[in-house]
Design a protein around this ligand. Structure first.
Ligand code: ADP
Ligand code: MG
Ligand code: ZN
Length: 620
C-alpha cells in the first residue's frame, strides 16, 4: 500500500468516527430540542406576570413549567445561582418565594456526555488514528525491515494489483502441474504433514531467459495467497563481506515469521556456482552467502511452511550441494514455447491492447519460433509503439509482423545510403542465401528477403523453421551451412570477387561446423567424442574463462581438417545450386534491387514461375 493511500484511508476513518459521535450527540440533545428555549429576561417577564409554577435548575439548564402546563427552558449564567441572576434582573424575592424552585443534580448520563464529549472526541480520534497506524505499521514494518536489512521486496497476498495467477501464464503446462502441488501445500500444509509426507523445501525453476520463471514463482504465491519475498541473488552479493549471509538470515527469519510464505531467489546462479571456484581464494562473498542459504534450508522444521523457490538459466553451473535432496530437490523445467503456446502467450499480452479485428495471432506464432515469452511480450509492445507512431488507434497484423524483425535484428536503417554497386552486391548476396534455402529440402523456408539494413546486418534473409525443433539432424545442419555460404558463393560466382559482407556468414558457418565436429559427434573421422569443455569455459566462474583444451595436437589437426571439409562441402553444394539456378538468382536479385524487400508470398510466386516448388509453412 502506498503512503498516499494509507493517508487517505486514515483520514476517511477519522471523519467516520467524528460523524458517528456527532450523530450520538445530536440524538441525546434531541430530547431537549422539542422544548421552547427562552432567554432569562423572558423568564423574568413570565415570573413577573405570575404565570410560572415551578423552576427546576439542572446545572446551567433551567426548566420552567407555567401554570397552563407548558414547559420551557432557559440557560442561566454558569457562575452564579439562578436566584442571584433573577434578583439581578430585578425580580422581587417575594415573587420567587412563592414559586417552587428545585435545584437538582444534572441527570447522570446526559450530563456526563455533555461534559466529557468535547474532551473525548479528540481523544478517541487520536486513539483511533493510532490504532490504524499501528495496524499498518505491523505490515510496513515488514517492508521497512526488508529494505533495511534483506533488500527483499515483498508482495502481500491482498495486493491485488501485483497479484499474478496461473491464468496469466500460457503454456508451460507441466511446470504448472508440478507447482500446483506446492500451491496445495501452502494452502493446506496439515493435509500433507498429517500423512507424514516430507514437504519439499526448495523448488528450482530452470529455463532459458524470458521463459517466465519469475512470473511463475509469483503466480505460485498468487494462487496460494501467501506473502512472496522476492530478491535477486546478485543483490546478496554486495561488496561488504558478511552482509550477504546476514541478509539471507534476515530474509528467512522474516519469511518464517509470516509463514506460510514463499521466498524467491532469482538468478540463483549468481551465488550458487560451484564453490571453491571463487576468484579471491575461495573465501569470497558468494560462498558465504551460499553457505548461509544451505544452512537456512537445512534449518527448516517440517511444520514451517516456507517454500524457497529459485530460478536460474544456468543449472549446469550450480553447486551440487544446492541440488541435494532436502534442498532444491524439486526441479521444474520451463521450455521455450511451441507454436500453440506462443499463440496463447500472444493472446495474454494482447488482452489490454487495441488489436485490429483482422489480426490473426496464429500467423504471428508461426513466424516466431524460438521466441521466449518475454520476446513475445516485447513484440506486442513494439507493435503497439509502431502503431502509435503512425497515429493509428489499432495494431494491425502488419505492425506485428514488422516488429518481429525489429525484435530479432534491431531497427531498420532505411536512411543508410548505399551506392548502386553496393546495392547490387547486397542483392545478389541475399538472393544467394534465399535461393539455396528455397532449393535445399532440408533448409528452413524463407520468410523474407531484404536489402534494407537492419541493426548490424547489411541485408538479410529471414528463414524460420517450419516447426519447432527439438532434435536437429546432421542433414539439416549441412543444409544450414550451405545456406549460410550462399551469399558468399553468389558473390564469388557473379562478381568473381569477394567482399567483407560475408564475414559474419563465414563466422556463423564455421561455428556450426566446429560444433558438428567437436560437440555433436557428427564427423566420421573424429567420431563420437566431445572435445573442449565448452560449457564451463565460455562462462566465467569455474575456469576464469581460460580455454580448456583436453585433446592432443594430433586430434586438433584432425578437428580442423574436418571442420574445413564440412565447410568446403557446403560451399560446393552452394556453388552447384547457384550455377544450376543462375536465372532464378538473377531474377531474385533484380526484384530486390527494384523493390528492396520480398515477402514470403512474393518470393514464392517468383520461384514458382521458374518451376521451383515453394516450401509449405506448416507448423506443428
Ligand atoms: P525469466 O524470469 O524466465 O527470465 P520472466 O518471468 O521475467 O522470465 O518473464 C518476462 C516476461 O515475459 C513476463 O513478465 C511475461 O510478461 C512474459 N512471459 C514470459 N513467459 C510467459 C508465459 N509463459 N506466459 C505469459 N507471459 C510470459
Ligand atoms: Mg527472471
Ligand atoms: Zn549473408
Amino acid at each position: 500500500m502506498t503512503n498516499m493511500k494509507f493517508f487517505t484511508k486514515n483520514v476517511a476513518i477519522a471523519i467516520l468516527i467524528f460523524v458517528s459521535f456527532a450523530l450520538v450527540w445530536s440524538f441525546f440533545s434531541n430530547e431537549l430540542r422539542g422544548i421552547e428555549q427562552i432567554t432569562i429576561s423572558q423568564l423574568v417577564n413570565d415570573i413577573n406576570a405570575g404565570i410560572v409554577e415551578t423552576i427546576v435548575v439542572e446545572g446551567n439548564e433551567v426548566r420552567v413549567t407555567t401554570i397552563d402546563g407548558t414547559v420551557k427552558r432557559a440557560k442561566k449564567e454558569s457562575d452564579i445561582s439562578l436566584f442571584e441572576s433573577l434578583t439581578n434582573y430585578g425580580v422581587s424575592p417575594e415573587l420567587l418565594r412563592h414559586m417552587s424552585i428545585e435545584i437538582s443534580e444534572p441527570s447522570g448520563f446526559l450530563f456526563w456526555v455533555g461534559a466529557l464529549l468535547p474532551f473525548l472526541i479528540p481523544f478517541l480520534l487520536i486513539i483511533g488514528f493510532f490504532w490504524f497506524a499501528t495496524r499498518n505499521v505491523q505490515r510496513s514494518n515488514l517492508q521497512a525491515f526488508n529494505f533495511g536489512q534483506s533488500r527483499a521486496r515483498i508482495i502481500m497476498p491482498d495486493d491485488k494489483k501485483q497479484r499474478v495467477t496461473f491464468e496469466d501464464i500460457a503454456g508451460v503446462e507441466e511446470a504448472k502441474e508440478e507447482l500446483r502441488e506446492i500451491v496445495d501445500f501452502l494452502k493446506n500444509p496439515t493435509k500433507f504433514t498429517n500423512i507424514g509426507a516430507r514437504i519439499p523445501k526448495g523448488v528450482l525453476l530452470m529455463g532459458a531467459p524470458g521463459t517466465g520463471k519469475t512470473l511463475l514463482a509469483r503466480a505460485v504465491a498468487g494462487e496460494a495467497a501467501v506473502p512472496f519475498y522476492y530478491l535477486s541473488a546478485s543483490e546478496f552479493v554486495e561488496m561488504f563481506v558478511g552482509v550477504g549471509a546476514s541478509r539471507v538470515r534476515d530474509l528467512f527469519k522474516m519469511a518464517k515469521h509470516s509463514a506460510p510464505s514463499i521466498i524467491f531467489v532469482d538468478e540463483i546462479d549468481a551465488v550458487g556456482r560451484h564453490r571453491g571456484a571463487g576468484f579471491g581464494g575461495g573465501h569470497d562473498e558468494r560462498e558465504q552467502t551460499l553457505n548461509q542459504i544451505l544452512v537456512e534450508l537445512d534449518g527448516f522444521e517440517p511444520h514451517e511452511s516456507v517454500i524457497v523457490m529459485a530460478a536460474t538459466n544456468r543449472p549446469d553451473v550450480l553447486d551440487p550441494a544446492l541440488l541435494r535432496p532436502g534442498r532444491f530437490d524439486r526441479r521444474v523445467v520451463l521450455d521455450l514455447p511451441d507454436i500453440k503456446d506462443r499463440e496463447a502467450i500472444l493472446k495474454i499480452h494482447a488482452r489490454n491492447k487495441n488489436l485490429e479485428k483482422s489480426v490473426i495471432l496464429r500467423r504471428v506464432a508461426e513466424r516466431t519460433p524460438g521466441f521466449s515469452g518475454a520476446d513475445l511480450q516485447n513484440l506486442i509492445n513494439e507493435s503497439a509503439i509502431l502503431a502509435a507512431r503512425k497515429n493509428r488507434r489499432h495494431i494491425t497484423q502488419e505492425d506485428i509482423l514488422n516488429s518481429i524483425e525489429k525484435v530479432l535484428l534491431g531497427p531498420e536503417r532505411k536512411g543508410r545510403i548505399i551506392s548502386e554497386e553496393e546495392k547490387k552486391i547486397t542483392a545478389y548476396h541475399e538472393a544467394g542465401h534465399a535461393l539455396i534455402a528455397a532449393v535445399l529440402p532440408e533448409a528452413d523456408p524463407v520468410h523474407k528477403v531484404t536489402i534494407i539494413s537492419r541493426g548490424r546486418a547489411g541485408g538479410y534473409t529471414l528463414k524460420l523453421p517450419s516447426h519447432d525443433r527439438r532434435l536437429i539432424t546432421k542433414t539439416h545442419f549441412e543444409g544450414e551451412l550451405a545456406v549460410a555460404l550462399g551469399g558468399y558463393a553468389a558473390e564469388k560466382i557473379v562478381f568473381k570477387e569477394l567482399t567483407t559482407g560475408a564475414s559474419n556468414d563465414l563466422q556463423n558457418a564455421t561455428d556450426i561446423a566446429r560444433s558438428l565436429v567437436t560437440r555433436y559427434g557428427m564427423s566420421d573421422k573424429v567420431g563420437p567424442v566431445v572435445f573442449g569443455n565448452r560449457e564451463e569455459s565460455i562462462f566465467l566462474g569455474k575456469e576464469m574463462g581460460m580455454h580448456e583444451r583436453d585433446y592432443s595436437e594430433a586430434i586438433a589437426s584432425v578437428i580442423d581438417s574436418e571442420v574445413s571439409s564440412f565447410m568446403k562441402r557446403a560451399f560446393k553444394q552452394a556453388q552447384v545450386i547457384i550455377t544450376k539456378y543462375r536465372t532464378v538468382l538473377d531474377a531474385i536479385a533484380h526484384k530486390l534491387i527494384e523493390q528492396e524487400s520480398l515477402e514470403r508470398e512474393e518470393f514464392n510466386k517468383l520461384i514458382k514461375s521458374f518451376g521451383i516448388k515453394p516450401k509449405p509453412i506448416v507448423s506443428s
